[in-house]
Design a protein around this ligand. Structure first.
Ligand SMILES: CC(C)(COP(=O)(O)OP(=O)(O)OC[C@H]1O[C@@H](n2cnc3c(N)ncnc32)[C@H](O)[C@@H]1OP(=O)(O)O)[C@@H](O)C(=O)NCCC(=O)NCCS
Length: 134
């Protein structure tokens, strides 16, 4: 059990439902057959969202659209959500995951979780591409 900004409880993960909307996404994922959109829920409140696409590159899960509600950042929910997206990638046969990042703080989080820089991409601004094996 943990206490987070007035929200108590252990995190649960489930697929996004239409009644979760509207959510403040900075980078809204496009739902599709090969894309799983996952929310982290604590005591009935949706605190974060992220997606994994299994089809862009076979064997590599693309993580994207990761956002935690501004009132609940820095308390481990982003880390938990990344763990769940990695678990789902592994369950679909991916052996690696990767993502694009622009924000240096977010990059530090990914590096702490074992991601390493594997390239850069202009999409549309210059972003680092980070990846890790599962
Ligand atoms: C990045 C993000 C999803 C992490 O979720 P979180 O629940 O805050 O993450 P955790 O609590 O597990 O980890 C904390 C780490 O996240 C990063 N972080 C914290 N607040 C952040 C913010 N406002 N923006 C970006 N990264 C942040 C930092 O590395 C932080 O570690 P630090 O406190 O030692 O600096 C969340 O901060 C967020 O939604 N940021 C804005 C959107 C964004 O940048 N998404 C990533 C796109 S690649």
């Amino acid at each position: 059990m943990s206490t987070v900004g007035g929200v108590d409880g252990a995190p649960e993960f489930r697929d996004l439902r239409t009644d979760d909307l509207p959510l403040a996404w900075t980078d809204a994922p496009e739902p599709g057959e090969d894309t799983e959109i996952v929310v982290v829920v604590v005591s009935g409140s949706v605190l974060g969202i992220g997606a994994v696409d299994h089809a862009i590159t076979p064997g590599r899960g693309a993580l994207y659209g990761l956002v935690v509600h501004p009132d609940h950042r820095g308390r481990g929910w982003g880390t938990a959500l990344i763990g769940e997206l990695e678990r789902r990638a592994g369950a679909r046969g991916d052996t690696e995951v990767y993502l694009e990042v622009e924000d240096p703080r977010a990059e530090r989080l990914y590096e702490r979780l074992g991601f390493r820089r594997i390239g850069t991409v202009r999409n549309p601004t210059l972003r680092r591409v980070l990846g890790r094996g599962l």
